[in-house]
Design a protein around this ligand. Structure first.
Ligand code: WTA
Length: 645
């Protein structure tokens, strides 16, 4: 590939590492992981230092992942207390509210006090080390306080994105056996309010033993159950501002985060303490070329893994100033992100391709005239970035000055695995480029499972050895962990992504090869949407696939077969969309619903999704072999009535 962009002299002179250093460090990290991570593990503070570094096995019969296993530490102490001697008055969190007129600076000293009080509130409510706490919150400072308060007392948080429905919240609370849910009265976003407390009330209706702690965000009216509900602001006044961080083991759990897979209900991805924090902080520093004093903004939501690792844990472990944004990029208009960058002099900006495409579509005038000279590094995450969006980001936002770091990773990986390092890695639009330290990618032949060893390769992406940020298990279901990630291609971690490696050894992620789709950077299992649809009394069967969508990356295309005697109508279509929104949440809304009198099935009754995908992509000319279909006639009907013309 000749479309290679070498970093500017400015970027190189500023950078933490150059190309040669990257290569040396990378080599060291994979040839002797114990020595490499033994050294870099010291970047965080340990109460009891580790003597063992790596103890991991990807052997299918005995998958086990442990890092720094005999060390002890506390994550909140690492993210707050250890910075106090030098940074008590430095801003830890800049909070930018949904309302463009409102923002707040929270110093490390204030963060310390808030987190200590919050931790004492949790204690007072009976939360102990190892207990699970679910957070269902807007992007407000209290979300970060709550995460760090859990970490301070060794409780395990599980954040449920505030856009999820009461049902989705309730099933996650039940799955992890949480004692307590933390929510807010309402969540303002893009000038509208979501009734979070009311959603939580519905979710907890069948879980009477779970307590509810409520943040007052808008002051809007809420129903109140005095037996169960507690106002955070009242409790914060009552407790002491002193709270000793609890000593936890490196392999004690830090958080559970539910994510979609290709089958069944969402999985509780479990991350532990020591390795996760080392990896989140190290990737944050190197991938974003983070330097002391930088203002860093990641636009993700704390409900997703990006918010965990790159709004809260990574940046705060590094003593950074991290910006939390409550709003959306297109409200009040498409200049919001750039206004915020100008207002807070943001140096590092990290967002998703879907946001870039949406803003690009609104026109350059929303960027022009805004002073973006503070920007130094631009990041992208969540889905493949198309070269057109990459070029726009580079030219219009970065003015050609800012390296773009396209970061590939997953909820399961805890931190970034493949990305350029500013100043060290020449970039190519659309490629995540090279592996981070300690990461050993392999391209496998999807059929034989054999590794393709030549430099140029195309297949599925696996990782052949462990890195410290890797998930440890599926909460409560280790067998599912093993069968999801280690069974199909034995001996390595299977990512679920397809990829290509070019002649320079650069990786190009081509998207999921399983039944997971990526809608606006949000991960969604097609099986989840299908089970929501068939739960509707008028639906007998459904098959859901992704299709290319100009802004969202992928849209949701649902084939629906109605119960005998039910008639398709526009009204029913709307009803089904609303139904899925209420079952899962707005992010799962089908974009297109096609009435399907029948679905293409093999004689053994298996739905041939490959065909449905092709029709949804409007690429039905080469459907491949349909001879195994029980009734090839259904395909003609589906093509005839396709929605994505
Ligand atoms: C996709 C988000 C291409 C990929 C951190 C992965 C990407 C899934 C990129 C994980 C990227 C993420 N280029 N694809 N830079 N980043 N993906 O768990 O398909 O929400 O498997 O984690 O997003 O999504 P998740």
């Amino acid at each position: 590939m000749n479309d290679m962009r070498t970093p500017s002299a400015d970027t190189v002179s500023h950078a933490l590492v150059d190309d040669a250093t990257y290569r040396t460090m990378y080599q060291a990290s994979v040839s002797d992981p114990d020595a490499f991570w033994g050294e870099h593990g010291k970047r965080i503070d340990w109460i009891k230092p580790y003597t063992k570094v790596k103890n991991t096995s990807f052997d299918y019969h005995n998958v086990s992942i442990k890092w720094f296993e005999d060390g002890t530490l506390n994550v909140a102490a690492n993210c707050i207390d250890r910075h106090l001697p030098e940074r008590a008055h430095q801003t830890a969190i800049i909070w930018e509210s949904d309302d463009p007129g409102v923002s707040q600076h929270i110093s490390y000293q204030e963060l310390h006090e808030q987190v200590c009080r919050f931790a004492n509130v949790l204690h007072a409510m009976g939360v102990k080390k190892g207990d699970r706490v679910v957070l269902y919150l807007p992007m407000i400072p209290q979300a970060a306080y709550a995460m760090l308060a859990c970490a301070r007392i060794g409780a395990v948080h599980s954040i449920v994105f505030a856009g999820f429905s009461p049902d989705a919240l309730g099933s996650r609370v039940a799955d992890c056996g949480a004692k307590l849910v933390i929510t807010a009265d309402e969540a303002p976003r893009g000038g509208r309010q979501t009734a979070l407390k009311a959603n939580a009330d519905k979710a907890l209706a069948k879980l009477p033993e779970v307590k509810l702690l409520v943040v007052r965000r808008t002051g809007g009216d809420v129903a109140w159950n005095p037996e169960r509900d507690v106002w955070l602001h009242e409790e914060m006044e009552r407790v002491s501002a002193h709270c000793e961080p609890v000593e936890v083991g490196a392999e004690d759990p830090l958080f559970i985060l539910y994510t979609s897979g290709s089958t069944g209900k969402p999985k509780g991805v479990l991350h532990t303490t020591g390795g996760y924090l080392v990896y989140a902080s190290m990737t944050h520093q190197y991938v974003f070329d983070y330097h002391d004093g930088d203002i860093y903004w990641c636009t993700a939501d704390v409900g997703w893994v990006t918010g965990h690792s790159y709004i809260v844990y990574g940046p705060l472990a590094n003593g950074a100033t991290t910006l939390m944004f409550e709003g959306v990029p297109t409200w009040p208009d498409a200049s919001r992100c750039w206004q915020v960058c100008e207002k807070h002099k943001v140096n590092i900006f990290y967002t998703a391709p879907t946001a870039i495409r949406a803003l690009m579509g609104q026109g350059d005038q929303f960027v022009e005239g805004i002073d973006l000279s503070s920007l130094r590094v631009l990041g992208s995450v969540g889905e493949p970035i198309n070269p057109e969006a990459w070029e726009w980001y580079d030219r219009v936002v970065g003015k050609g000055r800012c390296p773009i770091v396209d970061t590939w990773w997953q909820t399961e990986t805890g931190g970034i695995l493949i990305a350029p390092l500013p100043g060290a890695t020449p970039t190519k639009p659309g490629s995540a480029t090279r592996p981070f330290f300690g990461v050993q990618p392999a391209v496998l032949d999807p059929h034989s499972g054999e590794e393709i060893t030549g430099t140029v390769a195309e297949g599925v992406l696996a990782i052949t050895d462990s890195w410290p940020g890797q998930m440890r298990t599926v909460y409560g279901d280790h067998d599912r962990f093993v069968s999801t990630y280690f069974e199909q291609y034995k001996g390595s971690y299977f990512t679920g992504d397809g990829c290509r490696r070019d002649e320079d050894g650069y990786y190009w992620i081509t998207g999921r090869v399983d039944d997971v789709i990526n809608v606006s950077g949000h991960r969604m299992g097609t099986a989840e949407v299908e089970s929501a649809l068939v739960a509707h009394p008028k639906v007998s069967e459904s098959a859901v696939v992704g299709f290319p969508h100009r802004i969202k990356g992928q849209g949701i295309y649902a084939y629906v077969t109605l119960m005998h005697g039910e008639e398709p109508s526009e009204e029913l279509r709307k009803e089904l969309v609303a139904w899925v929104r209420s079952e899962i949440g707005p992010i799962a809304s089908p974009d297109l619903i096609q009435w399907a009198p029948g679905l293409p099935k093999t004689r053994s009754g298996k739905i041939m999704r490959r065909i449905l995908r092709k029709i949804a992509e409007n690429d039905y000319a080469a459907l491949g072999d349909t001879s195994t279909l029980a009734d090839p006639g259904v395909v003609d009907d589906l093509i005839e009535n396709r929605m994505n013309r």
